[in-house]
Design a protein around this ligand. Structure first.
Ligand SMILES: [Zn+2]
Length: 198
């Protein structure tokens, strides 16, 4: 430990007691420097109800912890409360979390914090709502393109069906003509004219 002041703001008078307490902390925990964690707002905007802890090797990655009503901290991702503790004002964090618990980008955590500070809770929780006129215009454009594509598809299908029915009709009429024994295939145009003029 380089300097205790890097880890705690508390004055430690009884160094022996301090050492024996620290030695009780399992080896699965690491000490976090004051410069490697910060307090923030909880998801509902409560001050100092979140701690953002930088990872040991990659400082661009963090884990976030939230405070529950009983004043203990749990991991915001895997919800375990066994991974963070304070002793003598020193923060200890578990090196390993449960399966499926992932770190976040520090920049992302900061972005969420700034949204929470502005009171934009919905955005901080990941709801995308168009906030400016330009966005709404773009979304409107997408809707129009989508609708025109759908109507184009319907038109194509309609044309195909029309052709199919015409062909079918012609085939039926030709067969009909042949069975009438008029000697050969009747011209489709001729049939059309006949049916219009009688
Ligand atoms: Zn976790």
């Amino acid at each position: 430990m380089e300097s205790l002041k890097e880890y705690t703001k508390e004055e430690i008078n009884n160094l022996e007691a301090f050492k024996s307490e620290i030695e009780k902390v399992p080896k699965t925990f690491r000490l976090i420097k004051l410069s490697d964690y910060e307090y923030g707002l909880s998801s509902n905007g409560k001050k100092d109800h979140r701690i953002i802890v930088k990872e040991e090797r990659d400082k661009s990655k963090v884990r976030e912890y939230s405070k529950n009503g009983k004043n203990y901290w749990y991991c915001s991702k895997c919800k375990s409360s066994a991974f963070l503790k304070f002793k003598y004002g020193i923060l200890f964090a578990a090196i390993q979390h449960g399966n499926g618990c992932e770190t976040k980008e520090y920049s992302f955590a900061k972005k969420i914090q700034s949204l929470l500070k502005q009171g934009k809770f919905n955005e901080a929780h990941g709801d995308v709502t168009p906030t400016n006129f330009e966005d709404m215009f773009i979304i409107f454009g997408f809707i129009i393109i989508g609708l025109s594509l759908v109507s184009m598809c319907i038109n194509v299908v309609q044309l195909k069906l029309k052709n199919l029915f015409e062909e079918l009709l012609m085939t039926i009429l030709e067969e009909y003509g042949a069975s009438q024994g008029e000697g050969g295939i009747i011209d489709a145009e001729e049939i059309r004219e006949k049916s219009w003029f009688n």
